[in-house]
Design a protein around this ligand. Structure first.
Ligand code: SAH
Length: 344
């Protein structure tokens, strides 16, 4: 049994070298035992970078005037869904900056309905930030299956250092949204960034306990990567090195896998920014979901949440994983086992 008390989590998060490899191996084995032997795929469409929020870490924050703003046409999003279907990715994630309006509610609703009609086997995952209960209901009714709302940190003190101090950036409201999403019946996803300034192992351990407590079905874990056009860039001297951030991210993935062995864990795209093999390493530490970017090429540079490296080819990642003996779950929706077990 894995000890997921706070102190044991802190100790596990702090392991390095050989001990860390043992932790990852144990998590990898737990993934195989409790979440199946396949790696699931998610097509990712970043359909808009327009955002009403001003998070200090994020490259598409409202105050970054250097970003060229875009919102894809309905047909562009549907073309991406058709590609996800053709490539047998099994599911598609619609992600955007955060905008709350009747127009965006209707736009997303129409897209979900059309995807469900044209590609009934494709699972739809949403990642469009904090919305009203009514909007979440509308999208669920339209056919959305899952919602990813990363908490980023569950620590009030750290949250306040990463966001402006106003009603538009409230940890309490974000937590309420997670409760609402879970109650409505979405497969519930959350996550954190690892390697933030001022973030300690104790804070990450509390985040993991927070995830257990709100009973998430899936999560996305990625390292924080600084972006020159954001306020947090001023703190870059205080950050862990890329290598240290990678190890801490892998330890976090492994601890989540061992604490909640049947949840889906996605290797966040920011892993590749630290190491070209970031996502493969995440799989070796317990992750079981890989995102495939389907955002039209001309808009990708405009969805720069963090400084992106040369984008490695998704196809290579999959053949790499197959070389390591992984089986890719082509054509499978990949519902979280945790969610399935909850329904029993
Ligand atoms: N607006 C939506 C989702 C879009 S952002 C929402 O708020 O839920 C998607 C994720 O990118 C964020 O949840 C955050 O975890 C991550 N992200 C943003 N800036 C980042 C950075 N500088 N480094 C690493 N990840 C970042």
């Amino acid at each position: 049994m894995f000890d997921s008390s706070k102190q044991a989590l802190i100790d596990a998060l702090s392991t390095r070298h050989g001990k860390a490899h043992q932790l990852w191996q144990r998590a990898y084995n737990a993934r195989k035992e409790f979440s199946g032997d396949k790696i699931y795929l998610r097509g990712l469409v970043e359909f808009s970078n327009i955002c009403a929020k001003d998070c200090y870490y994020c490259g598409i924050r409202k105050s970054n005037t250097l970003v060229q703003r875009y919102k894809l046409e309905r047909e562009q999003v549907l073309a991406a869904a058709a590609e996800a279907d053709r490539r047998k990715l099994g599911s598609i994630t619609l992600q955007s900056g955060e905008v709350c309006s009747g127009e965006i509610t209707d736009f997303v609703e129409d897209i979900i309905k059309t995807i469900k009609k044209d590609f009934p086997d494709l699972r739809v995952v949403l990642s469009c930030g904090e919305q009203s209960k009514e909007t979440y209901k509308t999208w669920l009714k339209a056919g959305a299956n899952r919602y990813l709302l990363k908490i980023e940190t569950s620590n009030q003190h750290l949250y306040a250092k990463l966001h402006p101090d106003d009603n538009n950036h409230s940890l309490k409201h974000r937590i309420n949204c997670l409760h609402t999403l879970g109650e409505l019946g979405y497969q519930l996803g959350s996550g954190i960034m690892v390697g933030l300034p001022w973030q300690t192992s104790a804070i990450i351990a509390e985040d993991i306990l927070f995830f257990k407590n709100i009973n998430i079905d899936m999560c996305g874990i990625g390292p924080f990567v600084e972006h020159a056009e954001t306020p947090l860039y001023n703190n870059k001297e205080e950050l862990l090195s890329y290598d240290e951030r990678l190890v801490l991210t892998l330890n976090t993935i492994a601890c989540i896998r061992l604490s909640m062995p049947d949840v889906n864990i996605a290797a966040a795209t920011s892993l590749d920014a630290l190491n070209p093999k970031g996502k493969e390493l995440a799989v070796s530490a317990g992750a079981n979901v890989i995102m495939i970017n389907l955002t039209p090429g001309e808009e990708r540079p405009n969805y720069a949440l963090y400084q992106r490296p040369q984008e490695s080819l998704d196809k290579d990642i999959l053949s790499e994983l197959q070389k390591y003996g992984e089986t890719i779950a082509y054509g499978q929706g990949g519902d979280s086992k945790h969610f399935q077990n909850k329904q029993k």
